[in-house]
Design a binder for this molecule. Structure first.
Ligand SMILES: [Zn+2]
Length: 479
């Protein structure tokens, strides 16, 4: 007796996409079989013919329930939407695991980095999510500022405890980690088998352009791409890659935004350096021209949305394998906060994207056949699981894996409207976007959590995921 059988769908399994039946028992995938050959009773049978049966979406980059800097929000004590709301929106969007952050969560100018032992900070974050998430969650740990030797000394223990990835910024006020500290961190993370998640911008270029545009009266928000620019990404990515090469450290570049960034990653991968790049789904659609529309900076997430050829390079990178994952930089606020700041120094980062990523990515790349269904599963789930140390527990429809599954209907074409979305927000940059396929059912560890537009899961249902990066991931590019 199985708990659940999903029959007749186009299943993306590790061996490729094929029509298969999937059996689930005790929250895990118990059997994957040729259609019609599963002669076992099941508590429930789901008919999925004509639909895609994919590994549940993994969102590798979210900022949930954290303080919004005063200079972005225009007032104090604004917080991004809490885990309950973000995970609810995620579940509707086909996402079953999200990777948020522990450690120094605030990028408020002048704010001190997080204090206390790394594992205490991780525990605090687990407490904030426990009982409040419809989907599973885990955290990159943020190290910021001039990280102390004592903190660096705790990295090994954290990795042993299931914290596989560490995030650093090379810019952003007090969050910026100077290169000396970075060198020490890279060595320690490499030694213990972790991976670095890097927000790479050249701080000198960014600061220089901020001062220059303010001086010249050109500090309007629609000039953000001149501050967080292509040269900055080129310099920063290459410097990080050199440091990673010297220290034999695996790198996961969050939000690659420019053709120069894609090229730096592709060249390093050709040299067999273990480097992986992420693209945000808003960068696959918009360009800096869109900043000039009324309310146009709503599309902005840091670094900055650039030109048409950068957008095309990101799409091509996801198609040709130079880039590995899609993410959102989920950071949901209400519209008044998002549009409060309108200068290069005050535009609020992030957007409410966790629900739209899979459908938008499908429409941009998969619906036309530009990428295969297998590749779609890779860049929305499997690769993030591999790179960040959750595979094959997550990111696979294979015997023994968690039964995290999204059933995606390629014939369900719909135009996104705010009414269809489930975040704690009152705007969407995706209003009017034409989806060419949409998630219709989300299953977390064998339990249906969204079905027919209804939330059937529980906010007590999500669990923290312990992670460990496979050595091969850190030896050479594996996806
Ligand atoms: Zn981010």
């Amino acid at each position: 007796m199985l708990d659940l059988i999903i029959r007749g769908g186009m299943v993306v399994a590790p061996e490729g996409a094929a029509e298969l039946d999937v059996g689930v028992q005790d929250g895990r995938i118990a059997v994957v079989a040729q259609p019609g050959t599963l002669d076992i009773e099941a508590g429930r049978t789901i008919e999925a013919s004509g639909k895609h049966v994919l590994p549940g979406g993994i969102e590798p980059h979210t900022h949930i329930g954290i303080p919004v800097p005063r200079n972005w929000a225009g007032r104090a004590e604004v917080v991004t939407q809490p885990p309950e709301a973000a995970s609810r929106a995620a579940a509707f969007g086909g996402v079953t695991t999200m990777v948020d952050f522990s450690g120094s969560l605030s990028i408020q100018p002048g704010e001190a980095p997080a204090a206390g032992p790394i594992m205490q900070q991780v525990e605090d974050r687990r407490d904030a999510f426990a009982g409040h998430s419809y989907i599973d969650y885990t955290f990159h740990h943020i190290l910021s500022g001039a990280v102390s030797p004592a903190t660096i000394g705790q990295i090994g223990e954290a990795i042993q405890s299931g914290v596989a990835s560490f995030k650093i910024f090379t810019t952003f006020n007090a969050s910026r980690v100077p290169y000396g500290s970075l060198w020490e961190i890279f060595q320690e993370v490499s030694r213990h088998g972790g991976i670095m998640a890097v927000h790479a911008e050249d701080d000198d270029i960014v600061t220089h352009m901020e001062e220059k545009l303010v001086r010249e009266g050109r500090d309007q928000g629609y000039n953000l791409h001149l501050v967080h620019n292509n040269i900055s990404e080129d310099l920063a990515f290459r410097q990080v890659l050199r440091l990673a090469n010297h220290t034999e450290t695996g790198i996961y570049f969050v939000h690659t935004t420019a053709k120069e960034g894609v090229a730096a990653i592709a060249e390093a991968r050709l040299r067999q350096q273990p480097v992986y790049g992420e693209a945000l789904h808003n960068y696959l659609e918009f360009t800096c021209d869109d900043y000039r529309k009324p309310g146009g900076t709503a599309i902005h997430t840091y670094p900055a949305i650039k030109f048409a050829d950068d957008r095309d390079a990101l799409q091509e990178g996801l198609a040709d394998g130079s880039l590995c994952t899609t993410a959102t930089d989920e950071y949901t606020t209400y519209k008044d906060v998002k549009l409060s700041g309108d200068t290069i120094l005050t535009v609020c980062g992030g957007h409410n994207g966790i629900e739209t990523r899979m459908a938008v990515t499908y429409a941009k790349l998969a619906a036309s056949g530009r990428i295969s269904l297998e590749r779609f599963a890779d860049i929305t789930s499997t690769n993030a699981a591999k790179i960040l140390g959750m595979y094959p527990q997550k990111g696979a429809i294979a015997v023994g894996s968690d039964a995290d599954i999204v059933i995606f209907d390629p014939s369900l074409h719909k135009t996104i409207t705010l009414d269809d979305l489930h975040a704690d927000s009152d705007y969407s940059i995706w209003e009017g976007f034409e989806c060419l396929g949409y998630p219709v059912m989300t299953i977390l560890r064998g339990k249906v959590i969204v079905e027919d537009g209804q939330l059937t899961g529980s906010s007590a249902g999500g669990r923290w995921i312990s992670r460990r990066v496979a050595p091969g991931v850190l030896a050479r590019p594996i996806c």
